[in-house]
Write a protein that binds this ligand. Structure first.
Ligand SMILES: *[C@@H]1O[C@H](CO)[C@@H](O)[C@H](O)[C@H]1NC(C)=O
Ligand SMILES: *[C@@H]1O[C@H](CO)[C@@H](O)[C@H](O)[C@H]1NC(C)=O
Ligand SMILES: *[C@@H]1O[C@H](CO)[C@@H](O)[C@H](O)[C@H]1NC(C)=O
Ligand SMILES: *[C@@H]1O[C@H](CO)[C@@H](O)[C@H](O)[C@H]1NC(C)=O
Length: 463
């Protein structure tokens, strides 16, 4: 059952809602700073310091916590709870197959309050109004060779937008520290608003000779625009992937669900941590998030999604489409493990149980059983999730033998025709913005200092 959640009156906008939440949080911050500064919350070890700081509680992060057994909770709420209480698109409120919006998730992450339907309608509209790209950015993107990795293009685009940073300008003109957050807030909203157009342009330039792929509709939500600009909606002039109306409705909901669920996963992983670290130097949100995106481009982080799809496609062809043969699947997996390779999409840095985001993405396909009936890759992902954990447990070298979120999302996009593997991480990069940017705003609200941990050399550790 849902606990009751605070929501302010319908006509209060996001900024005011945030403003209302600030005094209590600032008070709590001052309380900890004054009274609990010496409280111990864990121990540093030589092993941790040479081992990626695993488990060090050294970052402040407000919106979400990953429990090793339960997975992610957003302000204490599970994914299923969020799916129930966060608003959907205004024209699909009563559609049971329609998913809640990433806009709603951003509002919730940032303020800890449940937005009303009207608030989200207005917020979607605000994002749409701010979605257009400045000329100089279009020129920069058009001048990049289409052979550049799309993640490189994404980080170039995001950092170039810093020329329009309100925070950078206000800082240069000298504003009080207490006001930093307002400009950080404005920049963050502008950046989130522009991501669909940036991502759409990179897709079109890289794979479709810069052709305009989608129709723009001011009246629709952020994910609709993103899907449309990827050529995924049936009304689009090109209708690239020949989707019918039901399919194009589905794919918009896939983008909504994917983006809402991938936004935040507490503070420690590379993209989130990097955004926070670079932001601590008072670099503006564009520079900070573009640094985060560069981390996301690493194979141990966001690039994993592309690896999983490659792996599933290869495995399917190796099994000669015989995906119901569990003995053959097991043999294939042992072959990988015995040659010291890993099973892409399995294991996780923090989680010790199945990733609830994997389950939510899998459910998306299972709810559409007709649409996915003949999709072998999807069924292979599902079968694999039942077989691989047993194999990995027997093998005994993995702390978490369960599928992570990467192992389901890619094949869903693939199903609807996004088959350019390098591009998956770019969609991830759009979705990821809402978590690290909402924390970045809080970093400025609280006036967190520049990060500056102490380093130590091996000789000292060896003493
Ligand atoms: C979609 O993006 C374009 C800019 O490329 C913008 O003009 C339009 O308002 C956006 N619509 C929505 C719903 O975001
Ligand atoms: C960058 O910002 C400066 C200062 O606001 C402005 O004068 C300049 O035209 C901008 N550059 C581009 C390429 O828009
Ligand atoms: C694998 O998938 C097929 C087709 O969907 C199904 O009939 C079969 O029962 C599945 N096998 C396992 C082990 O899950
Ligand atoms: C890092 O963030 C991504 C995006 O939310 C997530 O998929 C991944 O599981 C996270 N990793 C860790 C170790 O938290």
């Amino acid at each position: 059952m849902l606990r009751s959640i605070r929501s302010y009156s319908t006509h209060v906008d996001l900024k005011t809602t945030l403003q209302n939440a600030i005094p209590a949080k600032r008070e709590l911050y001052q309380y900890v700073k004054k009274n609990l500064a010496n409280k111990e919350i864990g121990q540093l070890t030589a092993g941790g310091t040479i081992g990626g700081m695993r488990g060090y509680k050294s970052l402040l992060w407000e919106a979400s916590v990953v429990d090793p057994n339960e997975g992610i909770r957003f302000h204490g709420y599970t994914i299923q709870e969020c799916q129930k209480f966060l608003p959907k698109a205004k024209d699909e409120i009563n559609d049971p197959k329609s998913e809640f919006l990433p806009e709603s998730m951003f509002w919730f992450l940032l303020t800890g309050n449940k937005p009303s339907q009207d608030q989200i309608n207005e917020f979607s509209n605000e994002l749409a109004l701010k979605a257009g790209l400045p000329d100089y950015l279009n020129k920069i993107l058009d001048s990049l060779p289409s052979s550049l990795h799309p993640m490189t293009q994404l980080s170039i685009a995001i950092s170039a937008l810093n020329n329009d940073s309100k925070f950078a300008k206000a800082y240069a003109s000298g504003i009080p520290k207490n006001d930093y957050w307002e400009y950080t807030f404005e920049d963050s909203i502008n950046l989130i608003a522009k991501l669909p157009a940036i991502v759409g342009k990179i897709y079109s330039n890289t794979y479709h000779n810069g052709e305009k792929l989608g129709e723009l509709n001011l009246n629709k939500d952020w994910s609709y625009n993103l899907s449309s600009l990827l050529g995924l909606t049936s009304n689009d002039s090109l209708n690239l992937n020949k989707l019918n109306q039901d399919q194009s409705k589905d794919v918009v909901n896939l983008v909504r669900l994917y983006c809402a669920l991938h936004g935040d996963h507490e503070g420690g992983n590379v993209s989130a941590h990097t955004t926070h670290l670079v932001g601590s130097a008072l670099s503006d949100p564009f520079l900070s998030y573009s640094a985060g995106v560069q981390g996301l481009a690493g194979p141990l982080h966001g690039l994993a999604a592309q690896e999983v799809v490659r792996f599933i496609v290869e495995m399917n062809s190796n099994l000669q489409n015989d995906i119901s043969n569990s003995t053959k699947i097991e043999e294939y997996l042992w072959g990988l493990l015995n040659s010291k390779r890993v099973i892409p999409g399995y294991g996780h840095g923090v989680l010790r149980k199945p990733d609830p985001r994997f389950e939510a993405m899998l459910q998306f396909g299972l709810k559409r059983s007709n649409e996915f009936a003949n999709d072998e890759l999807f069924h292979l992902v599902k079968n694999l999730s039942e077989i691989a954990p047993g194999v990995l447990k027997k093998h005994g070298k993995t702390k978490n033998p369960y599928p992570n979120v990467d192992s389901s999302s890619g094949v869903l996009f693939y199903h609807y025709g996004i088959k350019e593997l390098l591009f998956f991480t770019v969609i991830f990069g759009a979705s990821r913005s809402i978590g690290p940017l909402s924390q970045l705003i809080w970093d400025r609200v609280l006036g967190l200092p520049i990060e500056r941990p102490k380093s130590v050399d091996l000789k000292t550790l060896a003493q």
